[in-house]
Design a protein. Structure first.
Length: 451
């Protein structure tokens, strides 16, 4: 990184950043209180609130959102007449999955091979630290030149919409000229990237019932309708032979115009086993950024260990559908529900329950904020030009903010590059990326203030 006072300050703050990220990662802040204590999420929220107060933020508050979680808000006043920038991150995390599968404990930040490992290190507790580093660097080099609002969400990973509903009920709270969403990531380590589009999502629970109770498979099997088999068949109907998503009435042929994602690189990033084919058709970018994608997230049925020779009376699954830009998530939900009902065999009873939903998002990349960010990233990443990419994941808040503040410019950056393995075992963050993106954010705020 080229010599720059802001960059030098951020570099000097990296040991502190590691200490703080260690503290924040230690909270098991999964916003599913059937699995994890609510006190863990409350502890993380209070940590963020205390950090904001230490940095001089005013009006710091723990916002009780309608889904039973807390989002943390704070306001840092800038010069009179300055623009207002909202900085977003979330402190809740995905469950660690099989903790025994982690090389090191998921809630203990551990350095290994030049990266910091821990659940939430990249997604998105590292984003909280990124915002703090950027603001500290500005304060040490002439001050923060804009009004800053920070919002740290407490249930982004659950898709339950608490902060979206709260924002709609308090429309002035998050109002800003520009919004920086720190929950995306570079296309590759060292390649500065803004995310131009996000897929939306919907999640459904699917319950299939066929019998009043389980039956002996020897006595009744072959004629008695098996609910688990019926569920497997209806779930299989959601994919074509090549693995493409097939939901009746849902367009699955859109194309991505922009950054190319080579298949061999994708195989490496996704750690696809030798000899196993990729699914779907079109380019990789088409498949993961521009088209719908269904995933069966879980199935309730007897485990192999302890299973009895029975015809199952009922079975249940959780199904996720990623919704591409240009498609209304509510309409996609209706199509998915209708598809599941139409393809359930043997007259089996099927019920669907919507669990979460978020709209897709497309940014205006021609806005002045994007020019300011491109200039900032050119300094933070010498010799590299800012790239535009899509992201297959969802950040439902983006559309809520875009609807509430149609004149606001929204940029998506962050630490979730492919090596980070967010949502998977052994999630990690590159400290070099944390440093460079913190510099970029600080310089962006300087550039944007001067526009």
């Amino acid at each position: 990184m080229s010599s720059n006072p802001v960059a030098e300050t951020v570099a000097s703050l990296m040991p502190t950043a590691r200490t703080e990220l260690t503290e924040l990662v230690a909270f098991r802040s999964v916003a599913d209180f059937d699995q994890f204590p609510k006190s863990e999420s409350e502890g993380a929220a209070n940590w963020v609130a205390d950090a904001l107060r230490t940095e001089g933020f005013q009006d710091v508050a723990l916002l009780d959102t309608p889904d039973g979680t807390q989002s943390v808000y704070g306001f840092l006043p800038g010069p009179e007449g300055a623009k207002t920038v909202l900085l977003y991150a979330h402190y809740d995390v995905q469950p660690p999955l099989d903790e025994a599968g982690w090389t090191t404990p998921p809630f203990e930040l551990t350095e290994r091979d030049g990266r910091w490992f821990g659940r939430g290190a990249a997604d998105c507790k590292g984003g909280v630290i990124m915002h703090l580093l950027a603001l500290r660097a500005l304060k040490a080099n002439g001050g923060v030149p804009v009004h800053v609002k920070v919002i740290a969400e407490g249930s982004e990973e659950q898709g339950t919409g608490g902060l979206e509903r709260y924002a709609e009920e308090h429309p002035d709270l998050l109002k800003a000229d520009t919004i920086v969403i720190g929950d995306a990531g570079n296309f590759r380590v060292g390649l500065p990237t803004v995310t131009a589009t996000l897929r939306g999502m919907t999640m459904l629970r699917v319950q299939v019932d066929t019998l009043e109770g389980n039956l002996h498979s020897g006595q009744f099997g072959g004629a008695a309708p098996d609910a688990l088999a019926a569920l497997i068949r209806v779930l299989d109907s959601l994919r074509a032979e090549d693995g493409s998503t097939t939901v009746d009435g849902l367009d699955a042929q859109s194309s991505w115009e922009g950054l190319t994602y080579e298949e061999e690189q994708f195989r490496k990033d996704a750690k696809v086993l030798d000899g196993v084919e990729l699914i779907g058709s079109g380019s990789v970018a088409d498949r993961i950024w521009a088209r719908p994608a269904v995933t069966v997230l879980g199935i309730d049925c007897p485990p192999v260990v302890g299973a009895t020779p029975s015809v199952q009376a009922g079975a249940r699954a959780l199904v996720s559908l990623r919704v591409p830009p240009g498609v209304d998530a509510a309409e996609a939900t209706k199509l998915l529900q209708a598809h599941l009902e139409a393809h359930t065999p043997w007259g089996a009873r099927v019920r669907t329950e919507q669990i979460g939903q978020g709209q897709p998002f497309s940014a205006d990349t021609t806005s002045p904020a994007y020019t300011a960010m491109a200039d900032a990233m050119a300094v933070a990443y010498p010799g590299q030009e800012m790239q535009y990419a899509g992201q297959g994941g969802s950040i439902p808040l983006c559309n809520t903010l875009a609807a509430l503040y149609p004149r606001a410019e929204i940029l998506l950056i962050g630490l979730s590059e492919p090596e980070a393995q967010i949502h998977a075992l052994n999630e990690s963050v590159s400290p070099e990326e944390l440093e460079r993106l913190s510099v970029a954010e600080a310089l962006f705020l300087q550039n944007y203030a001067g526009n």
